[in-house]
Write a new protein. Sequence first.
Length: 364
Amino acid sequence: MIAFCLTVALGAIGGGIFALAGVPAAWLSGAMIAVAVAATAGFKVHVPDAFRTVVFVVLGTSIGSAVTPGTIAQLGAWPGSLGILAVAVIAMIGVSTTWLTRVWGWERATARYSSIPGALSQVLILALRSGADLPRIAFAQGLRLFVLVALLPWLLPGETVFVPPGDGSHLSLPETAVTLAGGYAAGLLLERIGVPGGALLGGMIVSTGLHATGMVEGRLPGPLLILGFVVTGCVIGVRFGNTSFSSMRTAFRGALESVGLALGVSAVFAYAAHILLALPFGQLWLAYAPGGVEAMTIMAFALGLDPAFVGAHHVVRLIVLNLIVPLWLYRAGPQSAAPGGQAAPHASKIPDRSRTPDRNRTKE
């Protein structure tokens, strides 16, 4: 409990500093960076799963209250956008994998697992039996989310949708209790059946339904939303707790470049969808960005973009990836992973392990 309180306090300080500096999505990105730095430096940081679930339900409830009739009107364009997204995901994985194997000499299995966007827990589970470098995969996946949350608010500036205390309408206490209780129950159900981002989606679905039918009206208080953003940033930052500076140094540049390439590819496809479908480019780019459901949806909400559109795209992407990735990686095989999951030497081509056993260790 002490570690959790200190983690949230540190995240609040980081978010507050960023907010005072006028940084976009300040409470989210500031908390993430502050906690990530502390985690990497060896401090004990922690966010309990149960509290994380509650916070995601709160944010999902807030997002659901922000869904507009304009969002519903755009539903007709979503199939086309989802089709382009499917091609974009394949291109992002292919480009990142090729870069990591051909330029940085990563084992092919390690590179492929590191290039799958926004499915860290599923990727690590699949990678356990592959002989791939699990610490390197976890670092590359964590770095991708870190970079996206830190960078995208600057590339996609938007007006925050916070409702400060005293401005606008707020849910009454009974309405808040009913909405959050329903969202929590739905979130637990979705998580139990394995739906990506289940807690966030449960809150969104229940809140959207109650607001659309007129049963409730208004939003949650501003301070509660700020707390949600801070805790979400803490959750992302905590991922760096098992990462050492030495392991970061050996994998940092390749992982960072692969993230940049994936982000560039997503931007190209987002622009194509923008031209073809006449949808906002920023909204499409965030929907196509190689991040996680919760982080990207919450960022859309913080930046004044359409969170329902962004969240739906990331959920569909993860569901499809969960269905096809196991088959794809099974057919690919372990790809001659080195003993202990070590990466290949820095080279432009992966060496033949059967003929060069003395080169199995990383020389970076």
